[in-house]
Write a protein that binds this ligand. Sequence first.
Ligand code: SAM
Length: 228
Amino acid sequence: MDARKSNLYLVPTPIGNLADITLRALEVLKTVDVILAEDTRTSGFLLKHYQISKPLQSFHIFNEHKTLAGLIQRMQQGEAMALISDAGTPGISDPGFLLVREVLRAGLQVDCLPGPTALIPALIKSGFPTDRFVFEGFLPHKKGRQTAMKKLAEEDRTIVLYESPHRLVKLLEQVIEFMGADRFVSVSRELTKLHEETFTGAAHEALAHFQKKEVKGEIVVVIDGKKE
Ligand code: SAM
């Protein structure tokens, strides 16, 4: 499988379709000593589906700081670990960054497997330029949101955002307010799942579309960059 052995593997897991996992990801999950999971219950179901039985340890934003030193010590003693999140690539709007930084600081080896993440399919499906883009994750909810929107209004690269379904309409209203009603947006909902939908059009059209009924599911919003 792997020519070299790492201390920590970041392993992407499906964002909806259980078939979206690489052969190497399965191999790594079967080989490591322990799997660090954001939610051990969610990951338990996933691992059961792939018939992987490994010790699971919880690793999430609330215990991230507290557990770091202990995890590094165990890696130094020879334990190989994999980090997975509830869905997609760990470290992308999910815990992972702090652990990676500390593992590298300790002179240990980190590997990140390529695999599912929601932002890339949404970006590609938008049809907006992909040669340069900016990923902002979740915008701040209250404080700093207006400032962020003002800054993004000047951005000429394609913009990719994560948003919760109940805030989508508000975000589209803000796109209209800060970037104009004709700015093109592409909203991808429930990627790789049964009710996958991508709506691409002017911001006012997207607003009218998503105002029709309650928005459900997971959402990525892609905004065309500012044109001269
Ligand atoms: N680590 C994940 C990744 O690599 O994409 C992101 C985790 S973040 C906590 C969850 C957000 O990702 C959701 O609120 C949504 O914005 C986006 N997302 C995850 N799965 C998705 C899907 N199947 N369709 C659309 N967006 C999705």
